[in-house]
Design a protein around this ligand. Structure first.
Ligand SMILES: Cc1ncc(COP(=O)(O)O)c(C=O)c1O
Length: 505
């Protein structure tokens, strides 16, 4: 082997079997050495009370500073993220968010402002909230917005509570909310938490709401319809005008789950097609990086009839051009979160919207939809396509062909890791057995999409030729198949030192 070959095979890690930091511990090693005391020593037990002072932390790793640095730096390179490649997790919109928005959110006077700052001194921050709400109003075609909810699901709850408050005020609170079977899973949960019962609607062969079914189900007991649009099949409800007409004609309201607005921004406005209340997921569509549990922001946008019920406070602009928080909304459903919501996310969203402008936002939407359709059309002969029609921001295939050989969507997803890609969303939506739900977002280039599609084509061939091989993937990861049921049912969340007896076994 030549020296050049050897260099090409170099790996950044000495070993792929990185131990836990606890397992590196050797007695007496320390990351820092303090200078000798030049003041009288104080006993922590005496100063704090014996029950608050502990002499040692059981199992605390004794390691050098360099070991800590290298350990965690090595671990960080094992991550897969939007900064490393396509992250096609359907229903999650894992797109790249420009660094500049992070810089803006961290600016002095923005990141450092305290929510109790007197309003006269916080005019800049209040203006950011006001402008963010104004841009989102323009994008959605709605009349008023609250930025308070801290997640999409909390936005849903807020919106349904507002619907309920309006109907209750009319003396007609009603009992049910209609939800199609193609809705996001949080929709029925939010409806149930707000005190309504769910009445389910079956999708038609095109993956959309069946108008005749809707007409039958929508009676005087029904408060309204909660519609994920585009739905979880990645399909736009083309009959949306007729849908809202039917619901309104029977005294109901239309809630739109707008977490998938990345398929509509700059192209279609829910306010124009009859939606009464909706939420947005700023952490999906409007530039806050997400995953790993937060932060979130699920603003709720409403039509005029629901405005009096918005959570307090609302941000207003006075005639003199000043900004203020109005707590005086007697018909408000109340507060749903502290202060005005996750402020930093409004900052990122505003930076994103202003930097892109109307043209840029529209282009972003068109690119996201184009990318999803490119994947759909190239893979339709390779994987089953249960709803064979143009999609919006994501496409949903199924493992029906591969399942005949015993290879399921989860196996294909695991094998995709060997090809260097983060898996798509598996087994969701539930109305597609064995679903492969793929959302490339606008961030993927054609080259990346081609490489991703090539990988899925290669896996389909492998499944045909050697199903068992795919069933046991992945092969290139540090751990292979985990017992996912045991991991969920008996999670081990904390490392504990092995006892002497166990260690010597
Ligand atoms: C369509 C849809 N609705 C609602 C939600 C819930 O949003 P969150 O996770 O912020 O509560 C999501 C989340 O991705 C979603 O995709």
């Amino acid at each position: 082997m030549t020296a050049n070959n050897r260099i090409r095979e170099a790996r950044p890690h000495m070993t792929r079997n990185e131990g836990l930091i606890f397992e590196r511990s050797s007695p007496g090693k320390a990351g820092a050495e303090l200078a000798p005391l030049d003041v009288p020593a104080v006993s922590p037990a005496e100063a704090l009370g014996g029950d608050l002072a502990r002499s040692e932390i059981e199992g605390f790793p004794e390691v050098s500073e360099l070991e800590v640095i290298r350990h965690f730096t090595r671990l960080s390179t094992w991550n897969y993220g939007v900064d490393t490649g396509v992250y096609p997790l359907g229903s999650c919109t894992m797109k790249y968010n420009a660094r500049i928005n992070e810089v803006v959110a961290r600016l002095n006077g923005i990141a450092t402002e305290h929510p109790y700052t007197p309003q006269d001194l916080a005019q800049g921050c209040l203006r950011i909230l006001y402008e963010t709400a104004s841009c989102l109003r323009e994008i959605t075609g709605m009349d008023a917005i609250s930025l308070q909810p801290a997640a999409g699901a909390q936005g849903e709850l807020t919106g349904i509570l507002m619907m309920r408050a309006l109907l209750a005020e009319r003396g007609d609170a009603r009992k049910f909310v209609l939800i199609p079977d193609s809705a996001h899973g949080t929709n029925p949960a939010s409806v149930a938490i707000s005190g309504y019962d769910v009445r389910a609607l079956k999708s038609n062969a095109q993956g959309c709401v069946d108008l005749a079914d809707l007409d039958r189900a929508m009676d005087a007991q029904v408060a309204g319809l909660m519609l994920t649009n585009p739905n979880t099949l990645g399909i736009f409800e083309t009959d949306i005008g007729k849908i809202t007409e039917i619901v309104h004609s029977k005294g109901g309201l239309v809630y739109m789950d707008g977490a998938n607005m990345n398929a509509l921004v700059g192209v279609a406005r829910p306010g124009d097609f009859g939606v009464d209340v909706m939420h947005l997921n700023l952490h999906k569509t409007f530039s806050t990086p997400h995953g790993g549990g937060g932060p979130g922001s699920g603003p709720v946008a409403v039509k005029k009839i629901l405005e009096p019920f918005l959570p307090v406070p609302v941000v207003e602009k006075t005639r003199e051009g000043k900004f203020r928080l109005n707590h005086d909304l007697p018909r408000s459903i109340g507060r749903v979160r502290a202060f005005t919501g996750n402020f930093g996310m409004a900052v990122r969203a505003l930076a994103y919207m202003l930097a892109n402008g109307p043209e840029g936002l529209r282009q972003t939407t068109e690119d996201a939809v184009l990318n999803a359709n490119y994947i759909r059309s190239r893979l339709r002969g390779v994987y089953d396509l249960p709803y064979d029609r143009p999609c919006m921001h994501e496409c949903v295939l199924s493992d029906r062909r591969q399942a005949a050989k015993g290879v399921r969507t989860g196996d294909i997803a695991k094998r995709l890791i060997d090809y260097g890609f983060h898996p798509y969303t598996t087994s969701f939506p539930l109305i597609v057995p064995g679903a492969l739900m793929i959302e490339p977002t606008e961030s993927a280039s054609k080259e990346e999409l081609d490489a991703f599609i090539d990988a899925l084509e290669a896996i389909a061939e492998e499944a045909e030729r050697d199903p068992q091989f795919v069933q046991h993937a992945p092969y290139t990861t540090r751990v292979t198949r985990l017992d996912e049921v045991a991991a969920a049912r008996k999670p081990v969340l904390r490392w504990k030192p092995t006892s002497g007896a166990e260690a010597s076994q």
